[in-house]
Design a protein around this ligand. Structure first.
Ligand code: GRF
Length: 194
């Protein structure tokens, strides 16, 4: 794993597919003195991703690849990462599964945030499944990415209580709020304490 040493911030790429609220929280975090990262690149597979507006607002370079041919898209992305001297990747609502090859190229340097208390509820539609199963708690997890979906080593996890009146939508909102807090904390933890 790459380590944060002194004042030099680690050049980071954030991968998104949708709204990008985690991207926004990471950008804001990156502006803080105490932040060990600097976001230099935003990658998406979705030209319509709402989160792309943050590239414009905060003047961050963006790249769009459609992933119709995954290995070709990944090859170009690896090139972009090299050109921009990126040393850390944060997946934030990125809906494509990266290949083993890609992950091996960035071993130990890819983080992901998942809206459940992993190892429970890997994959999609987490909140719906959590509510359906009458769980008492849910939460979110930041973990290293390995070649198995949502299965890499956990860096940080936080839980919240599910109220009787909660539905998947209200739960999603609550968990998302927690995600915005936990991702920056997890990055700092991963970069400084490993
Ligand atoms: C978040 O819930 C994240 O945990 C999941 O996808 C969602 C992305 O939300 N992987 P946003 O695009 O960051 O708003």
């Amino acid at each position: 794993m790459v380590k944060s040493i002194g004042l030099k911030k680690i050049k980071t790429a954030v991968f998104i597919s949708g709204t990008g609220s985690n991207l926004k929280s990471l950008i804001k975090f990156s502006f803080l003195n105490k932040s060990p990262i600097k976001i230099d690149l935003i990658i998406t597979n979705n030209i319509k991703a709402k989160g792309l507006k943050f590239a414009k607002i905060y003047k961050i370079k963006k790249k769009i690849y459609n992933f119709k041919n995954k290995s070709v898209s990944e090859k170009f992305i690896l090139k972009d990462l090299k050109t921009n001297k990126i040393d850390l990747i944060c997946l934030a609502g990125f809906m494509k599964i990266l290949s083993k090859d890609f992950i091996n190229n960035f071993k130990g340097k890819i983080l992901n945030i998942h809206p459940s208390l992993l190892p429970k509820y890997k994959g999609l539609n987490t909140h719906m499944r959590v509510i359906k199963n009458n769980e008492k708690y849910s939460g979110c997890t930041v973990h290293f990415v390995n070649s198995r979906l949502d299965s890499g080593k956990i860096i940080l996890q936080k839980k919240i209580k599910i109220l009787k009146k909660d539905n998947s939508n209200s739960l999603k909102k609550k968990v998302l709020k927690l995600e915005h807090k936990i991702y920056p904390e997890a990055i700092t933890k991963a970069l400084t304490s490993l």
